[in-house]
Structures are given as structure tokens and as C-alpha cells.
Ligand binder design. Structure first.
Ligand SMILES: [Zn+2]
Length: 192
């Protein structure tokens, strides 16, 4: 009975995770990676529970994004990516001491934590630029460690991500934004 119970719980966990990821418009490949469910099963879940729902969920076709540039293209993006990276680190989705961190494939517990990171990000950053799939791409890029680095600014202590291949290394995006704001204040006309 124990084995049957465990199997049931494991199947239920896969199902719950897939449902949650479909809601975030995750691509089939991403859901397959985390849950181990096959494409046909994922498509059926979507058709049964989401396609004809009152608030239909869109299905994205094709592969997940893999580029790094859009994650750090502007100071705001680098800051938002940095915030998401902090959430991922705090939730054990990658490790700095023992890179890249725990195995993710088929790990429904960590998949659930990844969803929670995304939910926290959406709460902290209203109208943020990262979608679920771009967040997933960010995690994979950090774990690969060959294109994206994480830094902490010595001036403002903010954590941000930067393009390892771009030279000279980009400055802290938060300090950059603060400087722009300062300049804006100086240039704006005096009130009255
Ligand atoms: Zn700074």
C-alpha cells in the first residue's frame, strides 16, 4: 500500500506542478523538464482545464528563450533579473558555493519553489519585464555560469546580474539609475 500511496502522491505532485506552470504560460518543454510528463499528457491538461476556461490561458509555441542580452539590456532589466536571481538563490535553485546547485530535472519540489519565486517576483515588481519563461532562462544561464554573473555593489549593496562577456563590465544598474535621477533633479526647472 505504501508504494501505491507514494506513487499516487508523486503523480499528484506532477499534475499540480504542470497545472501551475500552464497558468504561467510555460512552454511544453519546460513543463516536461520539471514534471517528466510527456507532451501529449501536457497538451491534454491544457485542453481539458484551460483552453475553454472563462479566462483562457495562452499557449506559447516553440522553444524557450535562451538569449542573455534582454535580461541585462537596460539598468531596470538588470535590476529585475538581479531581484529574481536573489529569490532563486534564497530558495536553493542554484548554489554559489557548489555550482550549479541541485538537480532540477524531474524535481517537482524545486519546480514548485521556482513557481513561488516567480509569484514573489510578480508581487514585488508590478508590471515587471520577466515572464515565467524568461525567468527560467535566467536560472539556466546563471547555472551554466558562462555568460551571466552575479555581483553585489559595494556602494549600494544591491545584487544585480551582468553580462560576463561584455567589456568593460557594466556598472551597478541601481547606482546608474540614482545618478540619472540626480541629474534629472538638477536639470528640472525650479518650482514656482
Ligand atoms: Zn550600486
Amino acid at each position: 500500500m505504501r508504494a501505491t500511496d507514494d506513487r499516487y502522491r508523486s503523480e499528484q505532485a506532477k499534475f499540480d506542478l504542470a497545472m501551475r506552470m500552464i497558468k504561467y504560460e510555460a512552454r511544453t518543454g519546460t513543463i516536461r523538464y520539471w514534471t517528466g510528463l510527456n507532451d501529449d499528457r501536457i497538451r491534454k491538461l491544457y485542453t481539458t482545464y484551460f483552453k475553454y476556461a472563462a479566462a483562457p490561458v495562452r499557449r506559447k509555441r516553440g522553444r524557450s528563450p535562451t538569449r542573455v542580452g534582454p535580461l541585462v539590456r537596460t539598468p531596470v532589466r538588470a535590476l529585475e533579473s538581479g531581484l529574481f536571481a536573489n529569490l532563486l538563490l534564497a530558495n536553493g535553485l542554484f548554489s554559489i558555493e557548489q555550482p550549479p546547485g541541485p538537480t532540477l530535472k524531474g524535481n517537482t519540489d524545486l519546480g514548485l519553489r521556482f513557481c513561488e519565486c516567480f509569484e514573489s517576483y510578480e508581487k514585488i515588481v508590478p508590471r515587471g519585464v520577466l515572464t515565467f519563461e524568461w525567468g527560467w532562462n535566467l536560472l539556466l544561464c546563471i547555472r551554466r555560469g558562462d555568460e551571466l554573473g552575479i555581483a553585489r555593489c559595494e556602494t549600494c549593496s544591491i545584487c544585480y546580474v551582468f553580462d560576463l562577456l561584455s567589456l568593460p563590465r557594466s556598472a551597478c544598474p541601481a547606482c546608474l539609475l540614482f545618478r540619472q535621477l540626480d541629474t534629472g533633479c538638477v536639470l528640472s526647472p525650479a518650482p514656482g
